[in-house]
Design a protein around this ligand. Structure first.
Ligand SMILES: NC(=O)c1ccc[n+]([C@@H]2O[C@H](COP(=O)([O-])OP(=O)(O)OC[C@H]3O[C@@H](n4cnc5c(N)ncnc54)[C@H](O)[C@@H]3O)[C@@H](O)[C@H]2O)c1
Length: 277
């Protein structure tokens, strides 16, 4: 165990799986106390159990990222349970409206639709429904705002400063990297990050984004299992491999810690060199 986050209290949304879970585990290794928030109670509880195994004080709080009250409850839980709120990571996210982390049938249906769109490029846009668009924006973008705002209220009031880390994507800058609602939601997260960094900087609260490339999690598992498609994509990645959730979490540790004390409004890309502009 190291001590780069010793004494800090962190909330991680989407902490039940993938990048969020890796952040919880890395933060714990660095000495933080952690509130795990997720819409899936089972995986969230598993993360808390693993944190307990590391000797970390942690608790789970149910969260639908798109629900304002849930976000208020999660942040209040951190303050009530651990007496502070120093770090927020907003890793809760969906790739499409029907996404449920670990739901293989749902992934296969999404893949079939994506394949149809490749055959007939206008189709994906022309058949996009308002409900599909709205759900992705609600979870990925509005959910990030709600968590950020609820956490920032405590951080400003408590006067200890803070570090807020949003999870964007290379899709925020590269349209080929995701479907239109997803890419637009992540572009919104990036601008939200820059804008709120300006608002919260004078209060000592830093806001930065991580824009991962192609990372091995439930979200990408179906593609990872199709070597032809995966390897074709990897020709665009200079390091020629997918990233690990732990490699994204390492960037989050840096942004959460005082080592990044002069970073705000920034986006870091753990993406194997995919985005090079
Ligand atoms: N995997 C990648 O290649 C990749 C790349 C760039 C960005 N991202 C982003 O990273 C974040 C984490 O994704 P991941 O790859 O770890 O996927 P994941 O499916 O492994 O984890 C996502 C977590 O978010 C939770 N979640 C989903 N909707 C929620 C909601 N409404 N409220 C609360 N929790 C909710 C899920 O239950 C799950 O535990 C997402 O925002 C995703 O868009 C992932």
């Amino acid at each position: 165990m190291a001590d780069r986050l010793e004494g800090k209290v962190a909330v991680v949304t989407g902490g039940g799986n993938g990048i969020g879970k890796a952040c919880c585990l890395r933060f714990a290794q660095e000495g933080a106390q952690v509130v795990v928030a997720d819409v899936l109670d089972g995986p969230g509880a598993e993360t808390v159990a693993e944190l307990g195994g590391l000797g970390t004080k942690a608790t789970f709080c149910h969260l639908d990222a798109a629900n304002p009250t849930d976000n208020l409850t999660v942040m209040q839980t951190a303050v009530d349970t651990f007496g502070a709120l120093d770090v927020l990571v907003t890793a809760a996210g969906i790739s499409h409206a029907g996404y449920r982390s670990g739901d293989r049938d749902g992934d296969l249906q999404m893949l079939a639709r994506a394949a149809e769109s490749l055959q007939d490029p206008p189709r994906g846009l022309l058949e996009l429904t308002l409900e599909e668009w709205q759900r992705v924006l609600d979870v990925n973008l509005t959910g990030t705002l709600l968590a950020l705002q609820a956490a920032a209220r405590h951080m400003v009031r408590l006067g200890r400063g803070g570090s807020i880390i949003t999870i964007a994507s290379v899709a925020a800058k590269v349209p080929e990297a995701g479907p239109v609602p997803y890419s637009v939601s992540k572009a919104g997260v990036w601008m939200l990050t820059k804008h709120t960094a300006r608002s919260l900087g004078p209060a000592g609260v830093r806001v930065n984004a991580i824009g991962p490339g192609f990372i091995e999690t439930n979200m990408t598992q179906i593609i990872n299992e199709m070597p032809l498609i995966r390897d074709q994509f990897l020709t665009t990645v200079p390091l020629r491999r997918m990233g690990l959730a732990r490699e994204v979490a390492d960037a989050a540790v840096f942004l959460a810690s005082d080592e990044s004390s002069y970073f705000t409004g920034e986006i870091l890309h753990p993406d194997g060199g995919f985005y090079t502009d």
